[in-house]
Design a protein around this ligand. Structure first.
Ligand SMILES: Nc1ncnc2c1ncn2[C@@H]1O[C@H](COP(=O)(O)OP(=O)(O)OP(=O)(O)O)[C@@H](O)[C@H]1O
Ligand SMILES: [Mg+2]
Length: 371
């Protein structure tokens, strides 16, 4: 029987005893369901439990509580080699004294595959990662990106249903990393293999993933598509961790089924018509979150609603955007304006001390629970 889900973690906890003798939960009640053929990423800063989660799926660690399922089967203490997953580790650990061919053939030989079969499969795996013809080289005779591809091919040669990748592009420079991101994504789509990808790089996760689990301190903070996570973060941590945001503290003044008006004390004004998530109540202290590129600067008060007088305190031209820092009644906000037209006239940019109007569009302004 095949399951809808390639991999599931159900309420998984992993506790470690630290050398200091304390117990700590590296993974703290994590539940996630990864669909067949999905590119799924775990994203979070160092120490949040990404590698530990991946190692439990691979079978190198066992959960303290909860269960890992692969294709619907509870894994219990099933050893790694009996799980239909393969791992690409961060420090890809190629055998330096073996050729590319031998690196790939090694795992198949261990399985007792015949020579003809090995040749065919190694050839196909090298083709997938575009390294045909490099099979006699040793790792040292390859660039970093090529070595990374050998590591990938070595995992692919065993035709796993699920590939686990732990920061596989971590060692590459930015340009190569971006190239490899697109290549990996294309390869995943072409092969239809489920990828579980670990990274601490938000842009990488947004670029490659069908869905992302944003993690912090062993817990999932939000799980959703890149667009959901960026456009509708469900808490301040996610809004802050992915991209940039302005945060304003406020109190819900009135609320209907799907809209709220929030009084923001720092700017001494009410922001109206904001879409809300379930469970917020009138009078509740909240945080209003808005991304810097979603605030509009206007010369005058055009709509008489959600527009606030502001003073420009600084501007930074960075080519693509101009970063405009403003002060609204003492509250500091940042606004990114895209430089759509090319101009050299300094007068066409905002100047420090200039008075402007800020416009907050309700659909871009999010009300978050204060936690
Ligand atoms: N074997 C272990 N014994 C004790 N503590 C551990 C062990 N392995 C991991 N930890 C702790 O568990 C936490 C999570 O570690 P993990 O390696 O999963 O983090 P990570 O999200 O992969 O971080 P990074 O981005 O730095 O690789 C860390 O605080 C780490 O120190
Ligand atoms: Mg890690």
């Amino acid at each position: 029987m095949t399951s809808e889900f390639a991999v599931e973690m159900r309420d998984v906890v992993k506790k470690f005893i630290t050398p200091e003798g304390n117990e700590m939960a590296a993974v703290d009640h994590v539940t996630m369901q990864i669909k067949n053929g999905e590119f799924f990423s775990m994203l979070g800063s160092s120490g949040c439990g990404k590698t530990t989660s991946l190692r439990m799926v691979a079978g190198f660690e066992w959960p303290t509580e909860g269960e890992v399922y692969i294709e619907g089967k509870a894994m219990g203490h099933t050893p790694p080699f009996q799980r239909k997953v393969n791992t690409v580790f961060q420090n890809y650990a190629l055998f330096q004294h073996l050729t590319v061919y031998q690196n790939l053939a090694f795992g198949l030989e261990m399985e007792g595959a015949k020579e003809d079969e090995i040749k065919k499969r190694v050839g196909r795996a090298l083709e997938m990662v575009q390294l045909t013809g490099m099979d006699r080289r040793k790792p040292k005779q390859l660039s970093g990106g090529q070595q990374q591809r050998v590591a990938l091919a070595r995992a692919l040669v065993k035709t796993p249903d699920v590939l686990l990748l732990d920061e596989p592009l971590g060692a590459l420079d930015l340009k190569l990393r971006k190239e490899m991101q697109l290549e990996l994504k294309a390869l995943q789509q072409q092969l239809g293999i489920t990828f579980i990808y670990v990274t601490h790089d938000q842009e990488e996760a947004l670029t490659m993933s069908d869905r992302i689990a944003v993690m912090s301190k062993g817990k999932i903070q939000q799980l959703g598509t890149p667009v959901e996570i960026y456009e509708r973060p469900t808490n301040k941590f996610v809004a802050d961790f992915i991209g940039e945001s302005n945060f304003l503290e406020g109190k819900i003044k009135s609320i209907s089924q799907n809209e709220a008006s929030v009084f923001v004390s720092s700017i001494n004004a009410e922001v109206v018509g904001l879409p809300i998530s379930k469970g917020l109540v009138k009078g509740e202290e909240v945080i209003v979150s808005i991304r810097p590129e979603k605030i509009h600067i206007a010369e005058k008060d055009a709509i008489n609603q959600n527009m606030f007088r502001a003073t420009v305190t600084n501007t930074v031209y960075i080519g693509v955007d101009t970063k405009v820092f403003v002060d609204v009644h003492g509250a500091k906000l940042k606004v990114w304006e895209q430089n759509r037209i090319s101009r050299l006239d300094p007068k066409s940019f905002y100047t420090v001390g200039q008075e402007v109007w800020l416009m907050l569009l309700p659909e871009n302004t999010i009300v978050l629970r204060k936690d």
